[in-house]
Design a protein around this ligand. Structure first.
Ligand code: ZN
Length: 176
């Protein structure tokens, strides 16, 4: 951080504020402490009958690989609504959320994934600017060697291992 977003000063210091235990960017002009915290990514493992909706990425990173619909949560949005929105943006499918499925942390890039389980009532979906292809996969058809992100692999693995009626939430992480 070079300039204070509150007062515009360049007198920014990286230090542990009094009473805190982490280093923060502190403006020495106006005193503002600029907290930086992880970003939340919301996504959905949506099923139709026994099949799972997966999208082929049409954007970087991991262009051309398969991923569950997911994206950054917006300010002012509920997590489950973000998952519904991202699913529609990436696949044009209208999903109904059932439950929270996975909490997946990636500390070295400051990201937390929340993957929900969802259902689509109609097999209605299509390619979008973000997805070159959208399709339903049976468990046997999942392209394990072409999955884009660890979070998606984890969500798929736990779904297959424990099924859709598992009462809890699966907690995982990817550590560099
Ligand atoms: Zn300032």
């Amino acid at each position: 951080m070079n300039f204070c977003s509150n007062c515009g000063s360049d007198k920014i210091s990286l230090e542990v504020p009094e009473g805190d235990s982490f280093k923060r960017f502190v403006c020495k002009n106006c005193g503002t402490v600029h907290y930086q915290n992880p970003r939340v990514i919301v996504g959905c493992l949506a099923t139709y009958e026994d099949k799972i909706l997966i999208c082929k990425r049409n954007i970087e990173p991991r262009f051309g690989l398969w991923n569950l619909p997911a994206g950054f949560m917006e300010n002012g949005e509920k997590a489950e609504d973000g998952a519904i929105r991202e699913t529609f943006e990436e696949s044009n499918a209208n999903v109904e959320i059932i439950k929270l499925h996975v909490v997946f942390s990636i500390p070295h890039v400051n990201q937390v994934y929340l993957h929900f389980l969802g259902k689509i009532k109609e097999p209605s979906f299509k390619a979008t600017p973000e997805s070159a292809e959208v399709r339903l996969f049976t468990r046997e058809e999942i392209p394990w060697n072409k999955i884009a992100f660890h979070s998606t692999a984890f969500a798929l693995e736990k779904f297959i291992e424990f099924g859709p009626d598992y009462p809890g939430v699966h907690i995982g992480s990817y550590l560099k």
